[in-house]
Design a protein around this ligand. Structure first.
Ligand code: GTQ
Length: 351
């Protein structure tokens, strides 16, 4: 037996012995544990809304929003099955509320965003204030705030309302920091009129006696109308970035920081014919197409996107965006966590 073989045999026997004590040798794993650059976690993927929608409406015939508590189909990354995750740190789901339904009030440590995909007339309530949801609105449910949703029956019968739920469920699970409770009433009492938080915080003004509090924006609806106006104006004025098109991030008007401490949220406009350069960044990102069509090239794969589709760009995957028609894309990622910890990295390639 050669010396090498003998050594290898002795090592393997050693590894087996220490395995019983729940130990393993770092030197066999070091490169995996401390990679030279992020190893792919999850896959690039796209969900066509035209495929998803019929399943969600079918769910609406099988269970009520009240019984389900949240009637949601979870978008699970094909490389992370069984983890209720679209990226290692982020959750995504499509929620349906039919006319006449309510989703009962509860609160939890997890922060949520709603991005309205389809339908009008539903509301969400956060700590006593309701906001009516319109397609393209970005709505926040801060950590530990009471929230319930409803779709009051309109005179014309109303519409199914569908929105994208983005939550930090995997992050909170990883940290072992999740708590939840149900409100004693299915529909929490309304204590403030609609528009109250927007009047207080939505106009680059804040109440003089405002007691700065919390880590989440005090605004909980960022209406699409406003966002669209800002993007259009910047497009007309020529502020088109070669990678991003016109891209804005939603911020907390009191601090200028992220709207949600764990979830970075963005809206961007790609002019018709835009062919973006390639970037990679450490934050994996979920995109929801508001309008338009084009292609996302992610890790060398090409995904055709159309309005209301959802796609995910994994951490450090090279990606670029190409708009056949003028496109508006909402997106969210865990960038605030990367930034807070000094881990955020981005590389913008020159092609
Ligand atoms: O609306 O509160 O998609 O608690 C997952 C968990 C939505 C919600 C989800 C939730 C909610």
């Amino acid at each position: 037996m050669t010396h090498d073989n003998k050594t290898n045999q002795a090592r393997r026997a050693f590894y087996e012995r220490i395995d019983h004590h729940h130990l393993f040798p770092l030197w066999e794993q070091l490169h995996n544990l401390v990679p030279r650059e992020p190893a792919p976690a999850g896959l690039a993927a796209l969900w066509r809304y035209t495929d998803l929608r019929p399943h969600l409406l079918e769910a609406g015939t099988l269970i009520s929003a009240q019984e389900a508590v949240r009637r949601v189909l979870v978008l699970e990354n094909p490389g992370l099955r069984g983890q209720a995750s679209i990226t290692p740190s982020l959750y995504a789901g499509l929620q349906l509320i039919l006319p006449g339904e309510i989703a009962p009030s509860h609160r939890h440590s997890q922060s949520a965003l709603r991005f309205v995909v389809e339908g009008r007339g539903a509301y969400t309530a956060v700590d006593g204030e309701r906001t009516t949801l319109e397609p393209g609105d970005f709505v926040i449910t801060p950590s530990m705030t009471w929230h319930d949703h409803g779709n009051p029956c309109a005179a014309d019968g109303g519409q199914p309302v569908i929105w994208l739920d983005g939550l930090d469920i995997p992050t909170v699970r990883f940290l072992g920091a999740g708590f939840a409770e149900d409100h004693p009433q299915a529909v929490q009492p309304v204590t403030r009129p609609q528009g109250n938080s927007f009047a207080r915080y939505g106009n680059n003004l804040a109440p003089v006696r405002h007691a700065a509090s919390g880590t989440t924006s005090p605004l909980f609806n960022y209406p699409y109308e406003r966002t669209w106006d800002a993007l259009q104006t910047l497009l007309r004025q020529g502020e088109v970035d070669a990678w991003d098109g016109v891209k804005l991030r939603y911020n907390n008007p009191l601090t200028g920081g992220w709207a949600i401490p764990t979830l970075g949220t963005f809206m961007q406009l790609l002019p018709q014919g835009f062919s973006g350069k390639t970037w990679r960044s450490t934050d994996a990102t979920v995109f929801s197409v508001v309008e338009g069509s084009g292609q996302a090239v992610i890790g060398g794969r090409t995904f055709d996107y159309a309005a209301k589709d959802i796609f995910v760009v994994p951490s450090w995957a090279p990606a670029s965006l190409h708009a056949h028609q003028q496109s508006v894309l909402f997106s969210y990622s865990d960038r605030p966590i990367h930034e807070a910890l000094g881990l955020f990295r981005e590389h913008r390639e020159n092609h």
